[in-house]
Design a protein around this ligand. Structure first.
Ligand code: FAD
Ligand code: NAD
Length: 328
């Protein structure tokens, strides 16, 4: 019997591994607890249009990722974003232009993972709770009590805190995943009927509570009927205010935004808050991916490398490469 390979997680890491394995002629099956793909690169459809609440843009520095981003650009999945960039420190807002190429999914961040998924077999709204091995094959158990399998190998492509439980069959890998601290991020979107009178389109913020601001319609292909802004709180503030009600989070970040932006800020006609519990690893690692090749269990994700889109994609490639090498 030629059993397929199971991949848990349809963020960019899981889909990067899926594409590499599919290209090598391997059968795969994907699972995700959410209703769609993308994970932290997903976009939220709302009354204010589609909003990138997680990853805002990405850079490509590794040659392999640069090449793949060029292919995505040729297919229209991504476009360059050239925001009018600012920096805010000690209450001072200053223009901070640079030469860095920054990419966004087009017409929304989630377009990338949706296109990568294509027609690959996937089960959404399926939270995997257990990964276990019989004599030869792997099986998965989901939160509804259904079992899935048999599989020849399993790749766990979830954030580290969620991966450690799924890696229990390989205690060494589970221990490594459990050692990774991931910081939260509160994200707030505000929508204004009339455009705010500012040139700011993206801003790195050094002052608490904010970390970053982006003017969503300045990204290519976005809905422009409202002037929508995405605000990210710093990791420290997000952790300190993890259980604050959404209304209070919106009020505090809106207040900080109004103070910082340097123009009149009317009451927004649209607001939304989203808490990313496992937004980013507290530090970068050089693991590539984790593997117990004899068992056939692998783990990948941004937390194995740089905590960025590029790191997640590279980690998925590394998991697939190690699995394929072991098969030869
Ligand atoms: P994820 O995207 O988290 O994918 C994991 C998937 O696994 C999810 O779809 C989840 O639903 C699924 N899953 C989890 N547990 C289970 C389970 N038990 N069963 C089934 N499915 C499960 N990076 C940048 O490069 N630039 C940025 O500007 C940037 N900004 C960011 C801002 C925020 C607020 C956040 C949260 C992240 C940001 N990042 C940014 C980081 C970037 O989004 C991540 O590095 C990258 O998307 C991680 O991809 P991943 O595939 O490793 O994980
Ligand atoms: P990048 O090169 O644009 O930014 C890296 C860092 O350099 C920025 O965080 C910022 O501090 C600084 N920087 C870059 N250009 C600047 C400028 N013109 N003026 C002032 N400071 C500037 O992008 P990258 O290396 O791909 O990093 C991705 C971004 O994603 C980072 O900003 C990171 O903070 C963010 N991120 C956020 C989360 C979250 O949960 N909020 C998670 C992962 C990544």
């Amino acid at each position: 019997m030629n059993a397929p390979i199971a991949i848990i997680g349809t963020g960019i890491a899981g889909l990067s591994a899926a594409q590499a394995l599919h290209a090598a002629g391997r059968d795969i099956e994907l699972f995700d607890k959410s209703r769609g793909s993308g994970g932290r690169m997903a976009s939220k459809r709302s009354d204010a249009g589609s909003l990138d609440l997680g990853a805002q843009y990405f850079t490509a520095r590794d040659r392999r990722f640069v090449e793949v981003v060029q292919q995505w650009q040729a297919r229209g999945w991504v476009a360059e974003w050239q925001p009018s960039l600012y920096n805010a420190q000690d209450g001072q807002l200053s223009a901070s232009p640079d030469e860095q190429l920054r990419w966004v999914g087009c017409p929304r961040m989630s377009a990338i993972t949706r296109a990568m998924l294509g027609a690959l077999p996937v089960k959404f709204s399926c939270r995997i709770t257990e990964v276990f091995r019989g004599d030869r094959y792997w099986s998965l158990l989901d939160a509804e009590g259904n079992s899935h399998g048999p599989y020849s190998h399993v790749i766990v492509a979830t954030p580290a805190p969620q991966a450690s439980a799924l890696l229990a069959a390989a205690p060494k890998l589970a221990g490594v995943a459990a050692s990774v601290i991931m910081d939260p991020t509160w994200a707030v979107a505000l929508g204004f009927e009339s455009p705010l009178d500012t040139r700011v389109e993206g801003c790195f913020v050094q002052d608490r509570p904010l970390d970053w601001l982006a003017r969503n319609p300045s990204k290519p292909g976005r809905d422009t009927h409202l002037d929508t802004w995405v605000l990210h709180a710093s990791s420290v503030w997000s952790r300190q205010n993890l259980d604050l009600p959404k209304d209070a989070v919106i009020e505090q970040l809106h207040g900080a935004f109004a103070e910082l932006i340097g123009c009149a800020v009317p009451p927004p006609s649209f607001t939304l808050a989203h808490r990313w519990l496992y937004a980013r690893p507290a530090q970068a690692h050089q693991w590539g991916a984790l593997a117990d090749a004899d068992l056939g269990l692998y783990a990948c994700g941004d937390w194995c490398l740089s905590g960025r889109v590029e790191g997640a994609w590279l980690s998925g490639q590394d998991a697939a490469r190690r699995l394929l090498e072991h098969l030869q």
